[in-house]
Ligand binder design. Structure first.
Ligand code: ZN
Ligand code: ZN
Ligand code: FE
Length: 740
C-alpha cells in the first residue's frame, strides 16, 4: 500500500479533469480525493503499488480532450487508511495560476441533444457540457468555478444540479451547465419576443433580407444572407465598411466546399474545436453576393461554434454573412446596453440573451497556405488564453505590444499568455479594452510584472501604458527585432538568424520609418544587415491612405522621367514637390509602401479603405503561372519600379506585372540572406504568394526557414516578441538593460 499526493499543472480546469480522475481512481480501486485549486488540480490516491503507478502514468496519457497536462508532480505520503474516492470543493484564496481553457465549439454529443425532439435541451441555444461551450469569455477569476463566471446569476434546476453533481455524467462540474428551465434565454429586440419564438422571428427576418445582430460567445455578430446582394450592401452601408471582406458562416464542411477550394487539411482546420475563420481561394461559382468580398481572391468561411449558430444556420438554410458587430474600427460590441445603442442604426433586429460576456473576443482568422501550416492572421476566440513557452529567466513580465493590431502578453516561469486581438489603440474604446485585458490576464495567471517591455516608438499608446507603470524595470524593444524574436521563440530557437522582416512601419533607430528590414540577430540583440532602399513618405499618413503618393515617390527616386500618377496633374505635382523638398515626408524603408506603389502603378488602387488593401488586391490579381521577374539588387527597388512602370507603359497586363514583382521581392530576399537560419515575418508576409515564393527560394538554396505559426506575422505577434527579448536580456542579477 502507498499514498501519493500529486499536483497536476496545465489546462486542467473546466475540461472534465476531476471526473476523469474520479473514474480512473475508481477503476483502479484507489481511495483519496481530487480538487481544483488556484494552481491547477491537487489529488491524493491511496492503494496498491502497481495501481498507484498505473494511475500516475495514465493521468497524462488519457486526459480528456480539452485538457493540456503540462506537469504531474507526485510526492509520497503516509498511508491514511482512507476508503472511497471523493471530489472535494475548491478552497478559496491563495495565488491563482490555474489555467483557463479557450472557448470551445459545441461537441457532437451536445449537438445530438440540440436536434433531438425527445431531449429536454431540444433547440436550447445554450446547451454545453464539460467537453464544450464558453470558457475564457465567461470567466472573471480563478479557480474556474461557477461563482466566478458570468453563470453565477443562474441557479441550476434540480435536474441540472444532479448532472453537475454526478461524476459519471458528461456535465459533472460543467460550470456553464444550463437548460431551458434554469439557464439563459434569448430575447429579440425590439419585438420583445423570448426563447424559441425570438429565434424563429430572427430567422424569418434574415430570410426576408434583414440585418440581425446576434449575441454570440465573444461578442455580437451582424448577420444577413450571404447570397442576397441588397442585404449585404445595406450592411456595408450602415456599418460604414466599404471594401473589407466579410466572413461567411456555413452550416458544415460540405457547405464550405461550395464556396471555397479547401484541402482536406484546411477542412480539418475549419472543423477544429477552435473554429477559426479560414481564408481560402473562393470558387468562381460561389453563391455569395458580390459585395461580400469585393476584389478579393479569398473568401473567409467558418462553421457554427455555438448551439445558437447551429440553430440559425439550420433554420435559415443557407450561408450567412457573420461579421463582428461594430461600426468600423470600434471593438466588437459585447455588453447588451452598449450593443443596443451602437447596433441600433445597423441592425434591423437584435437577438440578445441574458448570459453576460466577461471578456470580448473576436473570431480568429487563419489563411490557408498550400502544403504548409496555415498563417494565423488574427489570434483570439478559440486560441486565447492558451500559453506559449517562453525561454529566459522566468521573471514575471508584461509586454505591451504595438499599436495598430495590438495584443499584450504576460509571462512568468517559462510561459507566456498572449492576449486576444484587441485592435487599434488610438480608439478610446479599444484602449479601454486593452487596459481591462491586461488587468484580467494579470489576475487570471497571477502575474505581477517586475519587467515591462515596450516598443521603441515613444508615441505608441502601448509604450505610454508601459512607461506609466511604476516600480518596474522597463525594456524597450525595436519593432522589427520583436518580430524576429517572436518567431524564433515560438519555435524554441534562440538564433542567431537572419530575419527578413517586412511590414508597414516600425520605429527605426536612425529616425526613419523602418519596414523592409534585413536583420541578423538573436533573442537579445540584432544588427541591421540591410534594408529596402529608402524613399520619402509624401504627406506622412496621407501616403498610407493614398498609394498613388507612394508611386510618385518611388518613380521620382528611381529617376523616372515619364508622367506621374495621381488624381490630376496638379496634385501629382504637389506630391512631387513634397518628395523633392522632404517637407512633411519622412524617409521610409517600408515594404508595405512599396507594394502600395506597385498596386497603384498597376492601376488597381489609388486610395485604400482598410489597412493593407492595396497589397491584398495586388496579390489577388497576380498570375500564378508567370515566372518572369525584375531586378532588385540588394533590396534596391529603384530598377524594379522602373521596370514596373515601363511594363505598364507598354501595356503589360497587371496580372503579369504583379507576378513579376512578387517574384522579384522573393528572389532579392533569398539572395540577401546569408545565415543558415532565416526568419520571415512582418505583416507583408501575410501575402501567401510572397511567402511561398520566398520560402521556396530560400529552401532551394539550403536555408532553414522559420515562419510564425502560433502567432500572427503581423503586429499581433509583437507583444510576445517583446517578452522574448525582455526575458533574454534581463537576467535577475543585471539591472537597467532598458535601452538596447
Ligand atoms: Zn458538449
Ligand atoms: Zn436546468
Ligand atoms: Fe510590424
Amino acid at each position: 500500500m502507498r499514498r501519493v499526493r500529486a499536483r497536476v499543472e496545465g489546462t486542467v480546469q473546466g475540461v472534465g479533469f476531476r471526473p476523469f480522475v474520479f473514474r480512473l481512481a475508481s477503476e483502479l480501486s484507489l481511495a483519496g480525493f481530487v480538487l481544483n485549486d488556484e494552481r491547477g488540480v491537487l489529488l491524493e490516491v491511496e492503494g496498491g503499488d502497481a495501481e498507484v503507478d498505473g494511475f500516475l502514468r495514465r493521468l497524462a496519457d488519457e486526459a480528456p480532450p480539452l485538457a493540456a497536462v503540462e506537469a504531474v508532480r507526485p510526492s509520497e505520503l503516509a498511508v491514511a487508511g482512507e476508503r472511497g474516492f471523493r471530489i472535494l470543493a475548491s478552497p478559496r484564496g491563495g495565488e491563482p495560476a490555474a489555467l483557463v481553457s479557450p472557448d470551445t465549439a459545441t461537441c457532437d454529443d451536445c449537438l445530438r441533444e440540440l436536434f433531438d425532439v425527445e431531449d429536454r435541451r431540444y433547440r436550447y441555444p445554450f446547451v454545453n457540457c464539460t467537453n464544450c461551450g464558453p470558457r475564457f469569455t465567461i470567466v472573471g477569476g480563478v479557480p474556474y468555478d461557477r461563482p466566478l463566471t458570468t453563470m453565477a446569476g443562474f441557479e441550476m434546476c434540480p435536474r441540472c444540479q444532479a448532472e453537475y453533481d454526478d461524476p459519471a455524467d458528461r456535465r459533472f462540474h460543467a460550470q456553464p451547465n444550463a437548460c431551458p428551465e434554469c439557464g439563459p434565454t434569448l430575447c429579440l429586440h425590439p419585438n420583445e419576443l423570448h426563447g424559441d419564438e425570438a429565434l424563429r422571428e430572427a430567422v424569418a427576418a434574415l430570410r426576408d433580407g434583414a440585418v440581425v445582430a446576434v449575441k454570440g460567445i465573444g461578442g455580437y455578430h451582424l448577420a444577413c444572407l450571404a447570397a442576397r446582394e441588397p442585404a449585404v450592401a445595406a450592411l456595408r452601408a450602415r456599418k460604414h465598411r466599404e471594401d473589407k471582406p466579410f466572413a461567411v458562416m456555413v452550416r458544415d464542411v460540405a457547405g464550405a466546399h461550395q464556396l471555397v477550394a479547401l484541402t482536406a487539411e484546411e477542412a480539418a482546420l475549419l472543423a477544429g474545436r477552435d473554429r477559426p475563420i479560414v481564408l481560402a481561394p473562393r470558387r468562381a461559382d460561389a453563391p455569395v453576393a458580390a459585395s461580400v468580398a469585393p476584389r478579393s481572391a479569398d473568401l473567409g468561411v467558418f462553421l457554427p461554434y455555438s448551439p445558437l449558430h447551429h440553430l440559425l444556420l439550420a433554420d435559415v438554410g443557407e450561408p450567412l454573412v457573420m461579421t463582428s458587430g461594430n461600426v468600423s474600427d470600434e471593438p466588437i460590441a459585447h455588453e447588451d446596453d452598449d450593443a443596443l445603442a451602437r447596433l441600433e442604426g445597423i441592425a434591423d433586429l437584435v437577438l440578445l440573451n441574458d448570459r453576460p460576456i466577461h471578456t470580448r473576443t473576436d473570431d480568429s482568422v487563419l489563411r490557408a497556405v498550400p502544403g504548409r501550416r496555415p498563417l494565423l492572421m488574427r489570434r483570439s476566440r478559440g486560441f486565447v488564453p492558451d500559453s506559449l513557452p517562453l525561454p529566459g529567466d522566468g521573471r514575471p513580465l508584461l509586454a505591451c505590444g504595438a499599436e495598430l493590431k495590438s495584443t499584450f502578453c504576460v509571462a512568468k516561469g517559462g510561459r507566456a499568455w498572449v492576449g486576444h486581438h484587441i485592435g487599434d489603440l488610438k480608439h478610446y474604446e479599444v484602449l479601454k479594452a486593452y487596459e481591462a485585458g491586461i488587468e484580467q490576464f494579470e489576475r487570471l495567471f497571477a502575474v505581477v510584472p517586475e519587467v515591462v517591455a515596450h516598443d521603441e516608438h515613444p508615441d505608441y499608446l502601448s509604450t505610454r501604458a508601459a512607461l506609466a507603470r511604476t516600480g518596474v524595470e522597463t525594456v524597450a524593444v525595436q519593432h522589427h527585432h520583436a518580430h524576429l524574436a517572436a518567431c524564433l521563440a515560438e519555435h524554441g530557437e534562440t538564433g542567431p538568424a537572419a530575419g527578413a522582416i517586412y511590414d508597414g512601419s516600425g520605429w527605426g533607430r536612425d529616425g526613419t520609418v523602418w519596414g523592409g528590414e534585413l536583420l541578423v540577430g538573436d533573442l537579445r540583440d540584432f544588427e541591421r544587415r540591410g534594408h529596402l532602399w529608402p524613399v520619402r513618405l509624401p504627406g506622412g499618413d496621407k501616403a498610407v491612405e493614398q498609394p498613388w503618393r507612394m508611386a510618385v515617390s518611388w518613380l521620382l527616386e528611381a529617376g523616372w522621367d515619364g508622367p506621374l500618377p495621381g488624381p490630376d496633374r496638379h496634385r501629382a505635382e504637389q506630391v512631387a514637390e513634397l518628395v523633392r523638398s522632404g517637407v512633411a515626408s519622412p524617409l521610409t524603408t517600408s515594404m508595405g509602401r512599396l507594394f502600395d506603389a506597385v498596386a497603384s502603378l498597376c492601376g488597381l488602387r489609388d486610395e485604400v479603405t482598410y489597412e493593407g488593401q492595396a497589397a491584398v488586391e495586388l496579390e489577388a490579381v497576380a498570375d500564378a503561372r508567370e515566372a518572369g521577374t525584375y531586378d532588385m539588387p540588394g533590396l534596391d527597388a529603384r530598377p524594379t519600379i522602373l521596370a514596373v512602370a515601363e511594363d505598364r507603359a507598354r501595356g503589360v497586363d497587371p496580372a503579369v506585372v504583379s507576378a513579376r514583382f512578387h517574384n522579384a521581392v522573393a528572389r532579392a530576399t533569398a539572395a540577401a540572406c546569408t545565415e543558415e537560419l532565416v526568419v520571415l515575418s512582418g505583416g507583408v508576409f501575410q501575402n501567401r504568394r510572397l511567402l511561398t515564393a520566398t520560402r521556396d527560394a530560400l529552401e532551394a538554396a539550403g536555408h532553414r526557414v522559420l515562419v510564425p505559426e502560433r502567432l500572427p506575422p503581423n503586429d499581433g505577434g509583437i507583444s510576445y516578441g517583446q517578452a522574448a527579448v525582455a526575458a533574454a536580456r534581463s537576467p535577475r542579477t543585471a539591472r537597467g538593460s532598458g535601452s538596447g
